[in-house]
Design a protein around this ligand. Structure first.
Ligand code: NOJ
Ligand code: CA
Length: 657
């Protein structure tokens, strides 16, 4: 770690210009103090990524902290080190950047202070506001953040709308930036007219409203921080640092995908997390979606002692370590979406003996994944949360899937957005409490990922986009070709892959069978579900299931191979615990043939390739089950030619001989 501070102890600066370059020199971030305002712009290889963009914060009851500023100190340093993830798509992560912090003060007698800290990486730019304790106050209310991201308005963006009842669970739509007049979520991935692929996002979101983006009155993209129910954006105690504002930059969609800035901007863990383990699990789950079973008690109740034991036996036979049990507790009777205010998290329903099931699971070496559906009723949940975590922990249950269905959260009697400061605080409370009980979480209807799993590795995965529960009409094949370039830049996702009953009349998938296997590689997740009912694995498609049984959850390295947003995506990943490689590919509604260069394999080594691909006549509409499974020998000099059917995909396992 180098340090080359250049503090000027002399006179404050009223005008200033400084360029911060990325370690390889290709990205430059120019920061200017002009007429008392700090602005920044970004270029890559001398081509404009962001034109001059404004910075600033509005404070309730005060003048905006934006104008009349002077620089009192500038401090620069370089960081160049590596660190290792416990679970993730890459074990060793390189954290290399040049940093400059601008310490600002107002020129007026008001004299308020603010620092803007920039970090420039080889694959993007990040900055945050730091508000130190002020001469006049120790806490403040942020009523707005005025951060601009001035991209060319002719750029195209893949957006999902913000402030909608289904949170992040929307279809991505490709729209020109000039059409983004209402707020959209981040990561907001954009293709610029010069051919760069960028994604605007944030890192280390703590105790603040999450950032959405929309055009401001100057027709520039600007941060729109999710408000609390009183319209304010955040109540903060000083000193306070905002989350990092991040612009990831790649020359191609594939280059954008190998971006670790968001994780790098988070702090290393402050406690031991060596107990965190990734997990593959089946669930008393899809049977409810297809109407075979119900969450609610009754004659088709899913979460009974008998079913749980059957599923534990099946998990053991299948070689899957975990079992999710939903609908196990009081709260599912009638319309469960209405029950959140009274749900109880420590009372199993009468036909489920949780103690017996937990003992049976332990005896068979199966981990139970507990379930807490809060429907967003945080007041009720927080009253019970510690007791509820302890209840599970006492029974050896160390994985929980909390859910926050419901269009708003109820917090202190008010309706709040999931992604408001109030929501962010709740999710944080949950993850910290889970850590206390050595519990790992798979959060559904979560707060978006901002890399905090670096600090809290027990945040194993989350949903936070449309997953396969939307199949049966509301998912198009292009969705899974967009996620890697958008949502997955925010971290892993529980997509609930591996539905083999693709032709089910109630929930028919826009997918071939082979594509269900591809997802285990294209969509990384610290907890991977094999989401269908066990009989589809054991009896209906045992050969295809072999891939799910073998595919790892935790990766050593990830190499995206090919991709075009909304069209296709192919990625290779190396297992963390062996020298085996896995490749997954998905396409949209068009068939797509790929010829894969395998030069990432060890030179001169031979591998056995188990290939699971669409048969020559497969199609997501009328031949979903057409799958070809074949084995061949292959080396790093070979190419792999694979055809993906419309709505199809493939998965390959390469074991070194
Ligand atoms: C929505 C979640 O995404 C799904 O997985 C869960 O089964 C239901 N809520 C019920 O909790
Ligand atoms: Ca959901």
């Amino acid at each position: 770690m180098g340090f080359f501070g250049n503090l000027f102890k002399s006179k404050p600066k009223l005008e200033h210009e400084q360029t911060i370059k990325s370690p390889n020199g290709r990205i430059s971030c120019e920061v200017k103090l002009k007429l008392g305002q700090l602005v920044y712009s970004v270029k890559k290889d001398e081509k404009v990524i962001l034109r001059e963009s404004g910075l600033g914060i509005n404070i309730q009851g005060e003048q905006p902290l934006k104008q009349g500023l002077m620089i009192v100190r500038i401090q620069s340093r370089t960081n160049d080190d590596t660190w290792a993830t416990i679970v993730g798509e890459q074990r060793v992560i390189h954290n290399h950047y040049n940093e400059t912090a601008f310490y600002l003060s107002e020129t007026t007698e008001n004299g308020r202070l603010i620092t803007v800290r920039f970090r420039v990486f080889d694959d993007g730019v990040a900055f945050r506001y730091e508000i130190p304790p002020q001469p006049r106050f120790q806490r403040l209310i942020i009523s707005d953040e005025l951060t601009e991201f001035n991209v060319d308005s002719n750029s195209n963006a893949w957006r999902i709308p913000a402030y909608q009842p289904d949170r992040y669970e929307y279809d991505y739509e490709k729209r020109p930036v000039y059409a983004l007049s209402s707020s959209v979520h981040t990561p907001l991935t954009i293709e610029t007219p010069l051919g760069h692929f960028i994604s605007i996002h944030e890192a280390a979101l703590y105790d603040y409203g999450s950032m959405t983006i929309k055009l401001n009155s100057l027709n520039r993209l600007q941060s729109d921080i999710t408000p609390l129910s009183d319209g304010m954006k955040a109540y903060v105690e000083l000193p306070f640092n905002t989350p990092w504002r991040v612009v990831m930059i790649g020359d191609s969609p594939i280059e954008l995908v190998v971006n670790h800035i968001v994780l790098n901007l988070n702090e290393p863990p402050k406690q031991d997390f060596s107990w965190v383990k990734p997990l593959k699990f089946i669930g008393i789950w899809w049977a409810m979606f297809v109407g075979e079973w119900t969450w609610a008690p009754g004659n088709r109740h899913g979460a009974t002692t008998e079913h749980a034991k059957e599923y534990i036996d099946a998990a053991k036979r299948l070689g899957i370590e975990g079992l999710l049990i939903e609908g196990w507790n009081n709260g599912w009777e009638g319309d469960w979406l209405q029950n959140g205010a009274t749900t109880n998290y420590t009372t199993p329903v009468s036909d489920l003996n949780l103690d017996e099931v937990a003992k049976y699971a332990a005896k068979n070496g199966i981990k139970i994944v507990g379930h807490h559906e809060t429907v967003g009723f945080i007041d009720n949940y927080e009253k019970q949360m510690e007791e509820a975590y302890k209840y599970y922990a006492d029974r050896g249950i160390t994985y929980i899937k909390p859910g926050y269905a419901g269009s708003m959260m109820t917090i202190q009697g008010r309706k709040e957005f999931h992604h408001s400061q109030a929501g962010v605080r709740h999710y944080q409370k949950a993850i910290e409490l889970a850590a206390k009980y050595h519990i790992c979480l798979d959060v559904h209807e979560p707060i978006k990922g901002t890399g905090i799993e670096r600090t809290w590795p027990n945040f194993l995965t989350r949903e936070g986009a449309r997953g396969q529960e939307y199949e049966g009409g509301a998912l198009s094949p292009s969705h899974a070709t967009i996620l890697p370039f958008t949502r997955l830049l925010a971290g892993g996702m529980d997509y609930t892959s591996g539905i083999f009953d693709v032709t089910n009349v109630t929930k028919r998938l826009a997918s071939t069978l082979a594509r269900q296997l591809a997802y285990y590689v294209t969509i990384h997740s610290g907890m991977q579900m094999a989401a269908d009912r066990p009989r589809f694995y054991e009896e209906v498609q045992p050969s295809a299931f072999e891939f799910i049984r073998k595919v790892p959850v935790n990766w050593e390295r990830t190499i995206p191979l090919l991709g075009k947003i909304g069209e296709y995506y192919v990625v290779a990943r190396r297992d963390r615990d062996s020298e085996d490689w896995y490749i997954g590919g998905v396409t949209n509604e068009e068939a797509h043939r790929v010829r894969l260069n395998l030069d990432f394999l060890d030179d001169g080594a031979t591998y056995t390739a188990e290939i699971y691909r669409d048969s020559d006549t497969a199609h997501y509409r009328d031949n979903q089950l057409g799958i070809t499974i074949e084995t061949r020998k292959i080396s790093s000099n070979d190419y792999l030619d694979i055809w993906m059917a419309p709505g199809g995909g493939f998965a390959v396992r390469l074991t070194k001989i």
